[in-house]
Ligand binder design. Sequence first.
Ligand SMILES: *Cc1c(COP(=O)(O)O)cnc(C)c1O
Length: 423
Amino acid sequence: MSHTNISPETQMLGYGYKPELSEGAVKCPIFQTSTFVFKNAEAGKAFFEMAHGKPGHDGEEMGLIYSRINNPDMEILEERLKLWDGGEMAAAFSSGMSAITTTLMTFLSPGDVLLYSNPLYGGTHKLIHHILTNFGIEVVGFRANQDLKEVEQMLLETGHAKRLKMIFVETPANPTNDIIDIEMCRKIADKYSTADNKVLVTVDNTYMGPLWQHPLKLGADIVLYSATKYIGGHSDVIAGAAVGSKELVGSIKKTRTFFGTMIDPHTSWLLMRSLETLKVRMEAAALNAEKVADYLLHHPKVEKVYYLGYTAVNKPEQSEIFNKQYLSNGAMLSFDIAGGEHEAFAFLNNLKHIKLAVSLGSTESLAEHPASMTHSDVPYEEKQELNITDKMVRISVGIENYKDLIWDIEQALEKVQVHEMAV
Ligand SMILES: *Cc1c(COP(=O)(O)O)cnc(C)c1O
């Protein structure tokens, strides 16, 4: 019986690893080494030629050289990472930010235009506005509620629409769960692509990937991750990844070699371990999030719940995009507490189990205050327009027993004295 379509969750247990190369060890060992011994000088010469892009002689395979270029843990991790998104190749990085930086610096040149969705992860926003602009890259932000015509209009207003090089999106947006239509981005990219300038669509898939949103299948060229979040999943590593075609990820890997932004062997090993439980962790967290969201929805001290499962009610105009783009409601939610910062802080300070911390996608639930923490850098007016107000609390729901989470939220909300009840 042939069985060709093996699921990624099954592949995570062994794909890409050959026990016979490691004394029969069931698990891939940690190759904690900076450099590798060549069999002879000729082999060393051949490996370097191949590293610089020459084809190997007589089917000769590329060998291990130096851990900034290649390392077994990094390579096997990459073999596994690409499977979830159906990419041809993956590249692993020392952080989500190094994956983003290395990718953007690979494809953008002075004079190019970068179109991006707002709001973005704070680090990415800083990189785009304070570093890329120093290199002469023009940046233009658009919002989830803008349609194709409006986005194109913004692009045309730059006067350099012909220099559009990349559309960078983060969907759903953090912390409001607004959705960006990836297919719409593809349409704009195709319209401004020419024979010698393909406009790339890059998606930061940290929030919903790699399980619940597959951007490559919706027309994206490159998918990026902070593997610190769901992929790592235990709040104990910082790492990142890029997935896409051999051609594009191959180019990103070349830049990575010279930026030195690759992942290290030990972190690669930890991520391989994390990947084995990725699906069960994410599914457990999503089930919990549904229970928590429903509880919050009916609480008198809660004004509004921002949860993908409520898209049809909160933002009916985004329902169609939601249905074609997502396989789950995810495990991230935010809510507006009746009151303001004082009430939001009282809630956070009274949590007994849920940790008061930024980051997301871990086994334990984390809560934070976007307006003063993750999004403190966003200008005040922009925060208001994006609904990131002082009364908003964000929760990354973990895999605890949901009854304990609800108990914790209930007791913390009980202690909140609402000073400025809505009139
Ligand atoms: C955390 C995060 C990043 C940055 O990743 P690091 O691993 O912290 O460098 C980028 N994008 C999103 C959406 C994130 O949540």
